[in-house]
Write a protein that binds this ligand. Structure first.
Ligand code: PLP
Ligand code: LYS
Length: 423
């Protein structure tokens, strides 16, 4: 459930009419709902706390899904931690008030500088994804006389997710260490005074709607835990990643947080480990919309109608990149027989197409529409392609709202560039 509803035919974010926001801030603009973020966090928190093996488990929001400082601070205030994949994300999480002991550092290619930064920040845990990374981490930690707590990320050879480009646990995927190698790596790490292995991690993909691949991966981690303990090694934490999908359209079926918690608790029963989760999309996707204005409607003699918006693939890349579906709705409810539109942006790429033949009520130039489900992997994946300013972001809380990232001016966009001295 979200908090974007029609009231008297006008779409609101909580108590704020989106048309008012569009007028005040301009379009395109991302709008996030505090009540929805809060609700999504609480639903997961309660589902986990209802199952003894998961009670109090760390929820570390995957910062890559939405790294806006105010969004992170909203979640941090609820007790949420952060799953990070770069020095930049660790800096953001700290700045937003996430305590270092709730920050997990994941990622397939952390630089020595980033590892050193994570050590000095005192993050809770570094998830090591390869033997080469373990060697570099040991060297960095030795130079600081440190011994950070680490988990080994297992590649369970179970890929899952909404699109081939977003599976991460498959055999050919770059992430993590295959199970047998992971056990050898864990034993090797345990012998070093410069890392302290505490557990295992996995994350097999994103937009996963069926629990069975997740269950298979979690069972594998439980089995590895038992094997390592049989070798006299200590394993106290399992980081079970994120990946749970969300319904991008009203009718779509996805596993619920309650079913997810029940399945996970069954797998961990009796194992006596501290679990952690790294949801991104689950908390943020349906807490955000992208508001855009119709520039014009281009009609062809063959009857094709292009709805040309002021938002483009550089603002919301998921349809172009993954053929992802986002529902499009008019901000002011309109009557009339639905019309089929090809919904496109102004960027000079055929891929700048959000949807083909999408049925919407008849629209006119100047009308506002929203893309729903845009709170995760929306603004964070935007670019300035075609020298289009990055989209601003607004956070709503009841009847209050604030611009939490401003649209840059053209001067600001060009300020970082310099003319070569010989020109
Ligand atoms: C290590 C890790 N954890 C968590 C996530 C969050 O995934 P999702 O947004 O699907 O929950 C990702 C991204 O897929 C990831 O790479
Ligand atoms: N960015 C992707 C998901 C990948 C998540 C990061 N591993 C999306 O928009 O669906």
């Amino acid at each position: 459930m979200d908090h974007f509803d029609y009231r008297d035919g006008a779409l609101h974010a909580e108590d704020v009419p989106l048309a008012d926001l569009a007028e005040a801030v301009g379009t395109p603009v991302y709008v996030y709902s505090t009540a929805t973020l809060t609700r999504h966090y609480r639903v997961l928190r309660q589902a986990l706390d209802a199952r003894a093996p998961l009670n109090g488990a760390l929820i570390a929001f995957a910062v890559k899904a939405n790294s806006n400082l105010s969004v992170l601070a909203t979640l941090a205030k609820l007790g949420c931690g952060a799953d990070t994949v770069s020095e930049g994300e660790i800096r953001r999480a700290l700045k937003a008030g996430v305590p270092a002991d709730r920050i997990i550092f994941s990622g397939v290619g952390k630089t020595d500088r980033e590892l050193a930064f994570a050590l000095s920040a005192g993050v809770r845990q570094i998830n090591v994804e390869s033997p080469a990374e373990l060697d570099r981490l040991i060297a960095v930690a030795a130079s600081k006389s440190a011994s950070p707590e680490i988990a080994i990320r297992v590649n369970p050879r179970i890929g899952a997710g909404g699109h081939a480009k977003i599976t991460t646990g498959g055999e050919g995927d770059k992430f993590g260490v295959p199970a047998d190698e992971a056990m050898a790596l864990y034993a090797r790490a345990s012998a070093s005074p410069h890392v302290t292995p505490v557990g295992l991690a996995c994350h097999i993909g994103s937009q996963i709607t069926d629990l069975s691949p997740l269950e298979a991966a979690f069972r594998l981690l439980a089995e590895i835990t038992r094997t390592l303990r049989g070798q006299g090694l200590s394993v106290t934490r399992l980081d079970l990643g994120g990946g749970l999908g969300v319904p991008y359209s009203g009718g779509a079926e996805t596993a619920s947080p309650t079913d997810y918690a029940a399945m996970t608790a069954r797998v961990l029963e009796g194992l006596d480990v501290e679990a952690a989760f790294e949801p991104g999309r689950l908390l943020a996707a349906n807490a955000g919309v992208l508001v855009s204005r119709v520039i014009q409607i281009t009609e062809r003699a063959d009857g094709r109608r292009f709805l040309v918006l002021d938002a483009a693939m550089n603002d919301l890349v998921r349809p172009a990149m993954y053929d992802a579906f986002h529902e499009v709705k008019p901000v002011v409810a309109r009557a009339g027989e639905p019309v089929a539109y090809d919904i496109v942006g102004p960027v000079c790429e055929t891929g700048d197409t959000f949807a083909r033949g999408r049925a919407l009520p008849p629209l006119e130039a100047g009308d506002l529409v929203v893309f729903t489900g845009a709170g995760a992997y929306g603004a964070v994946m935007s670019s300035e392609y075609n020298t289009r300013p990055l989209v601003p972001e607004v956070l709503v809380d009841g009847a209050d709202w604030a611009v939490v990232r401003a649209r840059p001016s053209y001067d600001e966009m060009l300020a970082g560039e310099a003319m070569a001295g010989w020109l």
